[in-house]
Design a protein around this ligand. Sequence first.
Ligand SMILES: *Cc1c(COP(=O)(O)O)cnc(C)c1O
Length: 390
Amino acid sequence: MDRAFRSELLAIEAAKRLRTLRPIAAVEGTTLTREGCSAINFSGNDYLGLSQDPALKAAATEAIAKWGTGSGASRLISGNLALHEALEAEIAEWKGTAAALLFNSGYHANIGAIPALAEAGDAVLSDALNHASLIDGIRLSRAAVEVFVHCDMESLETALKKTARARRRLIVTESVFSMDGDCTPLLALFDLAERYDAWIYLDEAHAVGVLGPQGVGLVGKEKIPIDRRHRLIQMGTLGKALGSFGAYIAGSRALCDYLVNRARSFIFTTALPPAAIAAAHAAIGLIRRDSSRQDRLWENLRTLHRALTPQLPLPQSAIVPVILGDETQALSASRELEKAGYFVQAIRPPTVPPGTSRLRIALSAMHRETEIQSLAQAIAKATKSAASLG
Ligand SMILES: *Cc1c(COP(=O)(O)O)cnc(C)c1O
C-alpha cells in the first residue's frame, strides 16, 4: 500500500503542490510558536480573538462540569441537549429568523444542506470562487450546475436564463470570499433571485462577527428586509470569528424541520460537544451586547489599509490579499516574512487561479497598531526582494 502512497506523494512534490503539517507548540494571544520560532499570526480566522477570551473559556469549562465532555449520541437519538436547543434559539433571535439548526462544522452544513435542497432535475448556480465545501455539497446534490463568473450579476442572469427548465433553482454563494476578501453584491443578487424565482444559499463563514450590526453578517449589513428573506437560506460557522467550533443554518421552522429529516450530515453524526456549544453561545452573547471587538477589527483594517495599500479601496472584510502573481514570489515573500516574525500565508494554484498567487493577510481585533505598521513595512521589503528574485 505504502508504495502507492509514496509514488503519489512524489508526484505531488514534483508538481510543487506537497502540503505538510507543522506543529504549533504554543499560542499566546496572536503570537504562535512553531518549530522553535515565535511569530505574530496573520493567517487565522479568529477575527475577534474570541477563541482566547476568558468568558468563552469559563462558559466551556462550566458546560463540561455540568454536561461532560461529549454529547454521547446524535441529535435524533439521545444527544439533543438543552444546550443545543438554547443555542439554536439564540442564533435564530440574532439572525432574525424563526429557527436555526446546528451542524457539526461548516463543511458538514454545506455537504448536508445543499443536497437536501437541490437534487437531480434542479439547477444550482454557483459563484466561480465558492469554497470547496460548497462545491462538494453541490456535487453530492446531483443537480445540474452552472458556474457563474465571480460576483458577476450579468453572468448569473445568463445562467438563470439557461436553467429556465429546471424544477427548482438554487443560487449558492459566499457573502465574503475566503481568498479575495470581497463581498457578493447581495442586493443585486436578491433582485435576480426574485425576478427568476430562485432560492439563495448564502455562506456567511467569513462575514459573521465582522460585518453588520451585532456582527450578524452581510444580510444585516445590506439591510435585506425581512419580507424579502423567504427565499434565503443563511449558513454560518461558529469556528471562525465566534472562536468555537460548529456551524448553523438559519431560516424558517419548516426549513429546519425539513433539514432534520433530510440532511444526512446532520442525522448521521454525533451532536456537537457541550464545551463547543457553550463557548459559541457566550460568543454570540458578547458580540450582540458589545461591538468593541468588531470596532477594533475595523480600526485595524483602516490602519493596514493606510500603511499598505492607500491607493486601493478600503478592504471589505478582515481578509486582505496582496496579489503578487508569481507562485515562487509569493512563497519566498511568505518565508521571508516568517523569518521576520510574521505568519502570512502564501496562497497559490490550485487554490487560486494561475498568475494570481498572493499573500493573504487575515486581521484580528487583537493585533496591535504597532504590529500592523511593522507588518506593512516587512511586506513592502519582502515583496521587493521577492520581485528581485523572480
Ligand atoms: C471555513 C469555511 C467553511 C467550513 O467551515 P468549518 O466550520 O471550518 O468546517 C465553509 N465555507 C466557507 C466559505 C469557509 O470559509
